[in-house]
Design a protein around this ligand. Structure first.
Ligand SMILES: Cc1cc2nc3c(=O)[nH]c(=O)nc-3n(C[C@H](O)[C@H](O)[C@H](O)COP(=O)(O)OP(=O)(O)OC[C@H]3O[C@@H](n4cnc5c(N)ncnc54)[C@H](O)[C@@H]3O)c2cc1C
Length: 495
């Protein structure tokens, strides 16, 4: 039934790559078109002075979701990418010297809880069990075929019973007494686009139980995983056009027909899916269709999540005492959340997520040197409309000074290379609306059935894929969403 049919995927982020692999593996001739010179989207990378700097995702959870893409055609992910275990999964550090480690190994986690605050062990167990229950209750809305609003109504008693509308913060507070433990266990939402105070527990909290399955690092960086996905797609016969942004998608009646790229290349397709930012997709690529600008305006009215300020730096020396993933909380975390997200200011006191991949994988730096990435959540450009080109160097200095004060005393003398990445770069590199690093904010009104649907409601052969659709941001989620979109596209095209 798929004979002679052709599909196009716009954007080679993890969502686009996973969808393209699934379509091609099912026998549908697929063309993947990417604007930038490398695949991976948010998982772009730079090579500077012998250091490898990964731009985005650092915590690989649920490797089975990746393995499944290889197993579709009897291939083995392990032949292309080596996944190294990371332990502890994440360390949290406060200015008073308190430290808490998150472990995927059950026994180590118990020991750490007993050391940190034995009074919260039962609460921790109850919270994990609660998240598992929420995951079950939410499954009809996050996985499989999209449901209508009537299914939400049918599930309302269960959702009510488990207080599924509550924020991550409220949920953690019901189970945990220790405020530091609450901060630690809700912080990861900030690395998936959610503010712990407003992110809905249903769509933002599920990574905690996920982390119990272990955390992994692809040797050579997350970029190796993206490159392997692209190679795998091409090995299956897929066609990839890199470094050639799509500039227009033609629509005839209710069907998308042709794609045009900046180089002037044009291709005709039976089905088209966009992995690019949705405001850009509708406002720019579909601008000639009456639906394009109209929907772009509607989408732009939704709540977009925060952005990030990222400092990448390479230094002399090895740092075995600094774990792979670490969070440095400031002394006024609550006022940071309030200031950054409610008032759109850049608080003086911000948390830093510090990524130190060379402790697991020394291949990312010249011998005897280390690679770091320091990530600070900041409001998006809508809430904090500052000139990042001007402000960037000052914020970079503040981030380095804090790391120097708390972790690496002679950091400035050891610096070999350093650069930063701002909300403005998210706009320039990804066409990201408001420079939001993760797209739509995962608040209750934008989760599950309230997220943009997989298939356009009017242009019947136009689909969306990636963090914008359900279940949402984060690599396991994006891969799960791509699986559902592939199923829908293949079913539609087989008719
Ligand atoms: C700093 C950072 C750290 C993160 N850490 C983690 C983590 O540790 N673990 C985790 O699971 N998740 C993490 N995330 C979230 C995760 O990276 C994202 O949810 C996921 O990568 C989004 O993938 P995507 O496919 O939706 O889109 P993207 O990665 O945004 O890909 C979209 C692609 O579309 C392309 N594109 C845009 N416009 C066009 C056009 N006109 N023509 C052609 N192509 C176009 C872009 O260039 C891009 O390649 C992190 C994100 C960031 C920013």
């Amino acid at each position: 039934m798929l004979d002679g049919k052709r599909a196009c995927v716009i954007g080679a982020g993890f969502g686009g790559l996973a969808l393209a692999i699934r379509l091609q593996a099912a026998g549908l001739a697929t063309t993947l078109i990417e604007a930038r010179d490398k695949p991976g989207g948010r998982a772009y990378y730079w090579l500077r002075d012998g250091f490898t700097f990964d731009a985005g995702p650092t915590m690989i959870l649920q490797p089975d979701a990746f393995r499944a893409l290889w197993e579709l055609t009897g291939h083995d992910l392990a032949a292309d990418v080596e996944l190294l275990p990371v332990s502890p999964s994440l360390r949290f550090n406060w200015p008073d010297g308190t430290q808490f480690d998150l472990w995927s190994e059950e026994a180590a986690m118990r020991r750490e809880l007993a050391r940190f605050d034995p009074a919260d062990i039962a609460g921790y167990d109850a919270l994990i069990a609660h998240f598992a229950t929420l995951g079950r209750v939410a499954r009809p809305f996050t996985e499989g075929p999209e449901r209508r609003l009537s299914s939400v109504v049918a599930a309302a008693p269960a959702l009510t019973k488990h207080r599924a509308w509550q924020s991550l913060d409220q949920t953690a507070a019901r189970f945990l007494r220790n405020p530091k433990l609450r901060q630690a266990l809700t912080f990861p939402a900030l690395l998936r686009g959610g503010n712990p105070r407003t992110a809905n527990a249903l769509c933002a909290a599920l990574q905690l139980p996920e982390a119990h399955g272990g955390m992994w690092w692809p040797r050579g960086g997350t970029n190796r995983l993206a490159a392997a996905m692209l190679r795998h797609f091409e090995r299956l016969g897929g066609e990839a056009r890199m470094h050639d942004p799509v500039v227009a998608v033609d629509v005839e009646g209710s069907r998308a027909t042709e794609v045009e790229t900046r180089s002037g290349w044009r291709g005709r397709f039976d089905a088209i899916s966009s992995n690019a930012d949705l405001v850009h997709t509708y406002g720019d690529l579909l601008r000639m269709a009456p639906r394009g600008p109209r929907l772009a305006r509607r989408l732009a009215g939704k709540r977009f999540g925060h952005s990030l300020f990222v400092v990448h730096f390479g230094i002399e020396g090895g740092w075995p005492g600094i774990p792979h993933h670490m969070v440095l909380f400031g002394s006024r975390y609550e006022s940071f959340l309030e200031g950054a997200f409610n008032h759109g200011v850049l608080p003086a006191d911000f948390p830093i997520y510090l990524h130190h991949p060379t402790v697991t994988d020394p291949s990312l730096a010249p011998e005897g040197m280390s690679t770091f990435q320091a990530v600070v959540p900041v409001a998006n450009r809508g809430r904090l409309p500052v000139d990042w080109e001007q402000l960037g160097p000052t914020v970079e200095q503040r981030v380095l000074a804090e790391i120097e004060r708390r972790l690496i005393p002679d950091l400035t003398d050891r610096l070999v290379t350093c650069f930063h990445y701002t909300p403005r770069d998210f706009t320039l590199d990804f066409n990201a609306h408001l420079g939001a690093a993760f797209g739509l904010e995962p608040v209750a009104s934008q989760c599950g059935p309230f997220r943009p649907r997989m298939r356009d409601e009017v242009i019947v052969n136009f689909y969306r894929v990636g963090a914008t659709i359900r279940p949402g941001g984060g690599l396991p989620e994006v891969l799960a969403g791509a699986g559902a979109v592939a199923e829908m596209m293949l079913e539609d095209l087989s008719r």
